[in-house]
Design a protein around this ligand. Sequence first.
Ligand SMILES: Cc1cc2nc3c(=O)[nH]c(=O)nc-3n(C[C@H](O)[C@H](O)[C@H](O)COP(=O)(O)O)c2cc1C
Length: 159
Amino acid sequence: MVRILVVYDSRTGNTEEMAKSVAEGVRKAGAEVVLKRADDVSLEDMKRADGIILGSPTHFGTMSDRMKALIDESVRIRGDLDGKIGACFSSSAHYAGGNETTLLSLIKAMLIHGMIVAGDPLDVGGHYGVVSVGKPDAKTLEACEALGRRVVEIAGKLK
Ligand SMILES: Cc1cc2nc3c(=O)[nH]c(=O)nc-3n(C[C@H](O)[C@H](O)[C@H](O)COP(=O)(O)O)c2cc1C
């Protein structure tokens, strides 16, 4: 069975809501999902997953300190994530507030791990990942589910 790890950070709940919908999409696609905050994730969780989806609030146009701390710690398992599928999502306060640069910061980390990165599906946007401005609305949460489903589909093909 495909196992997907959804890792997120969130101070005020917006990214957490997105993470729950991403996890729901994974579940609906028939895979096992592990949903954890960046603070609670172990490197073993990352190694054991077939795919990893990272979600961070936008903090000064980049990922949050807690997400960065996890990424920095993960240098210890560099090589073990090689070839896994990855994807990402972010919440920001403003439309041009840096949510895309946050996604790129997450994507860079995944690429440095040798991961294969998927954007959000074409029919829900088709860019770097899912973003929300403020509290995610129903359409954004649907896009989050679709992102989860997409990662399961690709992970299944790679397995
Ligand atoms: C330290 C800090 C820095 C932030 N920097 C930005 C920013 O650069 N651009 C932006 O649009 N919002 C910024 N925000 C707002 C958050 O990205 C936004 O409120 C987001 O929805 C919070 O997600 P959360 O509820 O998951 O914590 C910042 C918030 C904090 C606490």
